[in-house]
Ligand binder design. Structure first.
Ligand SMILES: Nc1ncnc2c1ncn2[C@@H]1O[C@H](COP(=O)(O)OP(=O)(O)OP(=O)(O)O)[C@@H](O)[C@H]1O
Length: 228
């Protein structure tokens, strides 16, 4: 379902210097597979996720994804229009931070993610309530704007926005970093359910325990591990 071939990402920094955190990366994943990306700070974990999501344009290489909408498509070269469609329907990226939409309630932020698919806001809200409940967001918060929510609440809203879509390819950037143990368990349970339903998960995790509970393989970017 996903084949990453010879992926490189180079950044130009000051004085004509460059850094290249991703160099000739290869991996492939079948349906329901999952990998965790591990490695020291600055080793390129988030950059890999951002290249897959096309937040970053890769410098070289290809990211072949077997999409529902277009069949096999190279995400590194797909058109903006294709990327927007793929992100709407089948690819989701959960960052650590929630970008709040002013004056939209928490419930509608989450429901709005599937509105393009079902075009019925009431039906979307029913699904949004279900996922918010499963992620432990108290009902009294559903009608509020999330700008003032706690870090852990914002992180769960971010997760709810992605998980409600049941994406085929889910990219997670430290999705449980601000959560306590019981919330982490709820998230792990939901992610495993999605994985069993066929979602491919690629994630960077805050702790090894969470990562090991979710992933089948680890892509370790630690220099000594990478050279083995
Ligand atoms: N937009 C950017 N412009 C310039 N340099 C960048 C950019 N994004 C990332 N980098 C650099 O690329 C390298 C890899 O960054 P990245 O965020 O992918 O690492 P990471 O492994 O996720 O780190 P951490 O564990 O600290 O989050 C770092 O040296 C970083 O400074």
């Amino acid at each position: 379902m996903l084949k990453v071939e010879g992926l490189c990402k180079r950044f130009s920094i000051n004085n004509g210097k460059t850094i290249e955190p991703i160099q000739d990366l290869h991996f492939s994943l079948e349906e329901s597979a999952s990998i965790g990306i591990a490695g020291p700070s600055g080793s390129g974990k988030s950059s890999i996720l951002k290249c897959l999501h096309r937040t970053y344009l890769s410098t070289q290489g290809s990211i072949w994804y077997d999409s529902m909408l277009y069949g096999w498509v190279n995400l590194a070269e797909a058109s903006e229009r294709q990327i927007i469609k793929i992100r709407t329907y089948e690819l989701s990226y959960v960052s650590q931070f929630l970008r709040v939409i002013p004056r939209v309630s928490c419930l509608d932020i989450v429901a709005g993610e599937i509105y393009p698919m079902i075009e019925n806001m009431e039906a979307a809200r029913i699904q949004a309530k279900d996922i918010l409940q499963r992620l432990g967001i108290p009902e009294k918060l559903w009608s509020l704007y999330p700008a003032t929510f706690s870090g852990g609440e914002k992180q769960r809203i971010n997760l709810a926005k992605s998980l409600i879509k049941k994406p085929r390819l889910l990219l997670l950037d430290e999705p449980t970093a601000s959560l306590d143990e019981s919330m982490k368990e709820k998230v792990v349970e939901l992610l495993l359910e999605m994985k069993n339903e066929g979602t491919v998960i690629i994630g960077v995790f805050h702790d090894w325990e969470t990562m090991n509970a979710i992933v089948d393989h680890v892509l370790d970017l630690t220099p000594s591990a990478a050279s083995q």
